[in-house]
Design a binder for this molecule. Structure first.
Ligand SMILES: Cc1cc2nc3c(=O)[nH]c(=O)nc-3n(C[C@H](O)[C@H](O)[C@H](O)COP(=O)(O)OP(=O)(O)OC[C@H]3O[C@@H](n4cnc5c(N)ncnc54)[C@H](O)[C@@H]3O)c2cc1C
Length: 472
């Protein structure tokens, strides 16, 4: 990079939001310079399933799914208890469908077929959506990043890798560029798309203390670049911060240390029980809400399964495999007992309640019936399950502590308006500064709305930010 670089638009970060901003700014005639701190572009977006939640798309229409941005907005605000600004959320809900169409035009392959999971390309319902709204692209997050990066090249937006932006240039209250590698780069506008702060322990404690509740069991799957640099940029211009206390933690057994694609999946025949020894939720409830349900329990939550389930775990995964579970039990960290009564003693839950819970479970789904209390048969059917789960009846029995411990993304960041402009503490736009993705806050809220909330936010608000930044 030359020492007198300039660009109409500088983008900080090369994940979904940054790439979308770069492409969109270039499409609107701006010269663009994108800085990515890591050796390769992609960030968390590249690690993700790439699923996008969006309403009123051609994919939905081709499948006969009736949906609209207005319906999406209602669902979005209700799920978030109306704790978000409706104006911003409305812009997101209206533009998310357009962003999906844009991605398809750029080359994303989202086939018009129903998919029962977050990994099979098509239209899915991985969250708590009222209609099928999760758009899964071919090759997932990696594929999405490739599509956007190819579009970036075609549009002539330059990317500089391995270069972490250190600070903003600010003159008379206006952002006029950035400093990267000690070099000042002048720009008409700057888009902060530097992702979240999941990798920074101090910022986690300050802005998402729920993550600390997992203690030593916490593990972070967000990309290494999720260092929360946006807060320092925001400090320079007295930016308002919003979204404190919100993020996405997934529930896991304590021994899981990787995202489930690598760690593996717990056995289907399992029940989650609380300190009263009873079930309290649908074990297959969406990740959008399951952590909240678990956190609301008084005391530890246990995943109970039997040896048949352990032995049936498929090989090839790092943690959820028969050998690993056995070694966890040998170490005493996973509880193991020859009878449910003995297991209940180790779990410190009432033995009669645990026995009744397992008896009830065995008499329901494994016997071909329904889970009338928690409707788990519906969740399993939605996931495409064709066989009922088996009974929990083969000793030894196991109990593994389960808690929200896998940190996926964080929601606190620079407050933005419907045009992705960063707002200051007085609620005024900071001239020349835009933000999107996890760094630009106000769209991702208290509850994760459907599979694909965060990628849709990144691409949609990134696209809006790029267009607005190009306009100056
Ligand atoms: C394993 C996993 C699976 C997921 N699955 C899904 C899913 O299917 N659907 C969904 O909606 N969400 C999913 N998420 C969340 C989602 O991927 C992210 O919230 C979203 O992609 C964030 O996009 P972003 O552009 O804001 O950040 P990122 O994609 O993380 O990009 C930010 C980039 O900025 C760079 N950067 C940081 N600081 C600087 C700096 N100072 N200078 C230059 N560059 C910098 C980082 O290195 C990074 O590359 C998943 C996340 C993970 C980790």
């Amino acid at each position: 990079m030359s020492t007198d670089a300039t660009a109409d638009v500088v983008v900080i970060g090369g994940g979904g939001a940054g790439l979308a901003a770069a492409v969109s700014a270039a499409e609107h005639g701006a010269s663009v310079l994108l800085f990515e701190a890591e050796r390769e572009i992609g960030g968390s977006t590249q690690l993700s399933a790439g699923m996008l939640t969006a309403a009123g798309t051609s994919v939905q229409a081709a499948l006969g799914v009736e949906d609209s941005p207005q319906r999406f907005l209602q669902h979005y605000l209700d799920l978030n208890h109306w704790q978000l600004k409706p104006g911003l959320v409305k812009a997101f809900c209206r533009q998310a469908g357009a962003a999906v169409e844009w991605l398809i035009e750029l080359g994303a392959d989202i086939p018009a077929k129903f998919s029962h999971d977050a990994h099979t390309p098509g239209l899915t319902r991985a969250g708590v959506e009222d209609v099928w709204r999760g758009h899964v692209p071919k090759d997932q997050g990696y594929g999405l990043v490739q599509v956007l990066d190819r579009a970036r090249r075609r549009a002539g937006a330059e990317a500089v890798l391995n270069t972490r932006v250190e600070r903003l240039l600010v003159e008379h209250g206006r952002v006029t560029g950035v400093v990267a590698d000690g070099v000042e780069v002048r720009a008409g506008a700057v888009v902060v798309a530097s992702g979240g702060f999941a990798q920074d322990p101090a910022l986690r404690s300050r802005y998402y203390p729920d993550a600390d509740a997992a203690g030593e069991d916490l593990f972070v799957v967000a990309a290494p670049g999720s260092r929360g640099d946006h807060f320092a940029f925001g400090d320079q211009v007295d930016a308002a911060i919003t979204g404190e206390g919100w993020g996405l933690l997934l529930p896991t057994a304590y021994f899981q240390r990787l995202h489930h694609w690598q760690s593996g999946f717990p056995p289907r025949s399992r029940v989650l029980v609380g300190s009263h020894g009873r079930r309290f939720m649908d074990e297959d409830a969406s990740y959008a809400v399951s952590s909240g349900i678990i956190s609301a329990q008084d005391g530890p939550v246990w995943m109970v399964f039997d040896d048949r389930a352990r032995q049936g775990l498929p090989p090839g995964y790092a943690h959820w495999n028969a050998g690993h579970v056995r070694s966890e039990a040998d170490s005493g960290r996973t509880l193991r007992a020859g009878t449910l009564e003995e297991l209940a003693g180790k779990m410190a839950v009432p033995a009669a309640a645990l026995q009744a819970t397992v008896d009830r479970w065995n008499g329901q789904l494994p016997a071909g019936g329904e889970d009338t209390e928690f409707l788990r048969h519906e969740s399993l059917a939605a996931k495409g399950a064709t066989e009922p789960p088996t009974e929990i009846a083969t000793a030894p029995f196991y109990a593994a502590r389960t808690l929200p411990a896998e940190l996926v993304c964080t929601h606190a960041g620079l407050e933005i308006d419907a045009g992705a402009a960063v707002l200051d503490a007085l609620g005024n736009r900071v001239p020349g500064l835009f933000a999107a993705g996890e760094a630009g806050a106000g769209v991702l809220g208290l509850r994760y709305v459907g599979g694909g909330n965060a990628v849709a936010n990144a691409v949609t608000m990134g696209r809006i930010a790029g267009r607005a930044a190009a306009a100056g």
